[in-house]
Design a protein around this ligand. Structure first.
Ligand code: ADE
Ligand code: ZN
Length: 350
């Protein structure tokens, strides 16, 4: 729990999650449990001697790729449909406890199909958890299928084609683009994103995390994305910042992830005040909660401790998250009303 007097408010504030990789919710404990259950040997390295040693290794990430190497190695323990279900359900329970009302969650099919896991096992397992989150917790959700940018482009096309059934029945709502950024420009994926647009899917892409401003521009111009995941390097181009503010494109920022992966020196160095003042819409997220110091609430608290935002500023951030969500007008209206209720309740206490 953070020390801020706003902690109870931040906990209650209704949140929309837009940037969480379900595979990034795989905790060290679950890695060891599933490795044991599925008889998967873990790498013979010092940090795989225990869950505690693995967690300690996460404190020493020095780049996005350093993290991704371990992230992909850990995923090798996910085998059955039920493994994917358990993983996603554990995320939804934690998100609900953090005050999440709506979650748009990423998954990386290629990390599994490349190990001969059928895509249907992955998607059906995740879908069961999404359905349960809706019926038991009242948390609405969307599933976003990401392409791994470090793999050859034809693999992205094959993945898209293999998911046709789940695109047509509405299980997959959107596509995204993740993994190593620098050296894998968004323009490579123009055709597969065009196919996604033609199939009626929403689009987002990681950009401006480690990569420079060209990765944000390319995602907007070539991939026709509605959102940018991370986008913190937008601060380097004031003209583009103005254009993005005018268009209302949402940045899904992950403060603790940026510190863990050394894409920022500290939370206080993130350009959040500049974005707020320029009218750039952004929301705050966990990225990979099992790796980067916890879930969405920890990110809200870390930002509050660094910036001391007031209640009005938090209301602006929470409402930006609702407006940038891929939900209908009625759901948006209901979520904004919930935010206003919590704000009123907290203000009238003083
Ligand atoms: N922060 C991140 N950037 C790119 N790809 C990712 N996959 C999981 N986390 C990621
Ligand atoms: Zn991410």
């Amino acid at each position: 729990m953070c020390q801020s007097p706003l902690h109870p408010f931040l906990l209650k504030l209704p949140k929309c999650e837009h940037h969480i990789h379900l595979e990034g919710a795989l905790t060290p404990q679950l890695v060891f449990h599933l490795a044991n259950k599925n008889a998967i040997p873990l790498p013979n390295l010092p940090h795989y001697q225990s869950p505690e040693a693995l967690a300690a290794r996460y404190e020493a990430f020095d780049s996005l790729d350093d993290f991704l190497n371990i992230h992909y190695a850990n995923m090798s323990v996910l085998i059955t449909e039920n493994d994917f279900y358990e993983l996603a359900w554990s995320y939804f329970r934690a998100a609900y406890a953090d005050g999440v009302h709506h979650a748009e969650v990423f998954f990386d099919p290629q990390s599994h199909t490349s190990r001969s896991i059928p895509i249907a096992s992955v998607i059906n397992g995740y879908k069961r958890a999404l359905d349960r989150a809706g019926s038991e917790l009242g948390v609405t959700s969307r599933l976003i299928m990401c392409f791994l940018r470090h793999l050859p482009v034809p693999s992205a096309h094959a993945t898209f084609d293999s998911a046709t059934e789940f695109i047509h029945d509405g299980t997959i709502h959107a596509v995204g683009l993740d993994s190593s950024e620098v050296g894998f420009p968004p323009e490579l994926f123009t055709d597969v994103f065009r196919k996604a647009k033609d199939a009626g899917l929403q689009r987002t892409a990681h950009g401006g995390e480690e990569g420079d401003i060209s990765y944000i521009k390319g995602a907007l111009d070539s991939l026709k994305v509605d959102r940018i995941d991370h986008g913190i390097r937008l601060i380097e181009d004031r003209e583009l910042m103005k254009a993005i503010a005018a268009k209302g494109t949402l940045l899904t920022i992950c403060p603790l992830s940026n510190v863990y992966l050394r894409t920022t020196k500290s939370i206080a160095s993130l350009p959040l005040r500049e974005f707020l003042e320029a009218g750039v819409q952004f929301s705050l997220h966990s990225d990979d909660p099992a790796y980067f110091g916890g879930g969405i609430l920890n990110n809200y608290c870390a930002v509050e401790e660094a910036f001391g935002f007031n209640i009005d500023e938090w209301k602006t951030i929470a409402i930006a998250g609702v407006q940038g969500s891929w939900i209908d007008k009625a759901r948006k209206k209901a979520l904004v009303a919930k935010i206003e209720d919590v704000v009123c309740e907290f203000i009238s206490r003083d």
